[in-house]
Design a binder for this molecule. Structure first.
Ligand code: GLU
Length: 242
């Protein structure tokens, strides 16, 4: 197991909230870590093999300031543990960035289709196939692209997704892999589990299989895999991580 975290909001530097959240997910085990953060309207990726502290060392001097981003700790299933295979992964043109926990079982078949369409691949992961497939179906509407992909992929996934055209938003989806959404007056979060964001909010939504969440700093919306809006009730967490 491994972890996902994401934040969009004005209160915290997304880079700091994400690194902090990833550290709270370290107990799940991982071999590499990475983040995608929006800086001056552009989505930038930073990754490192090994400990989260390696990633921190790498970005320490960069003075990253960001209001939106996603992060990941990887437990390799497709491709060796390496910086190249570490998440986030992006589409060829950088339009789509994704982090993923789980396994896409039909990724070879999907990869072949994308290779035939001219896509190129930088990693050995099943996750990069997801990012490229999202780009393939993306015609300006993130929800439409995501639901089309969910109809095509087989396997398990918790997904955090960003679109360069929507730099203040994060999208999330899951199937047979854990993912929760948190909300506070200071912004919106995604995380693999509740303790990762307890410091920031106790208002949590548990996502069902194949639901999609659309996060903005000032609000949340949920959708079915058929793009119908779903009304969900948040849970107030009354326990502590200890
Ligand atoms: N299957 C993906 C990979 O090998 C995700 C692994 C994970 O759950 O961290 O990169």
């Amino acid at each position: 197991m491994c972890g996902i975290i994401g934040y969009t909001g004005k209160k915290y530097n997304a880079k700091d909230a994400i690194i902090d959240g990833l550290k709270n997910l370290e107990y799940r085990g991982y071999d590499s870590a990475g983040i995608a953060v929006v800086e001056d309207g552009k989505v930038n990726l930073y990754k490192a093999k090994g400990k989260i502290s390696n990633l921190e060392d790498k970005i320490q001097s960069l003075n990253i300031k960001s209001e939106t981003g996603i992060g990941h700790t990887r437990w390799a299933t497709h491709g060796e543990p390496s910086e190249n295979n570490a998440h986030p992964h992006k589409s060829d043109d950088g339009n789509v960035v994704a982090v993923h926990n789980g396994i896409i079982e039909n990724y070879l078949q999907l990869k072949k289709k994308l290779l035939d369409k001219g896509y190129t691949f930088q990693s050995e992961t099943d996750t990069e196939v997801l990012a490229q497939l999202l780009d393939y179906y993306y015609k300006g509407n993130p929800l439409e692209a995501i639901t089309k992909v969910l109809h095509r992929v087989e396997g398990s996934y918790a997904l955090g997704i960003m679109f360069a055209d929507y730099p203040d938003e994060i999208y999330a989806a899951r199937k047979d892999s854990p993912l929760i959404v948190g909300q506070s007056e200071n912004g919106s979060f995604i995380a693999s589990d509740v303790p990762a964001i307890l410091k920031y909010t106790r208002t949590v939504y548990y996502m069902e299989n194949q639901e999609v969440a659309a996060l903005r700093r000032d609000g949340l919306r949920f959708f079915s895999v058929d793009e119908e809006e779903v009304t969900k009730t948040p849970v107030q967490i009354d326990w502590d991580a200890d």
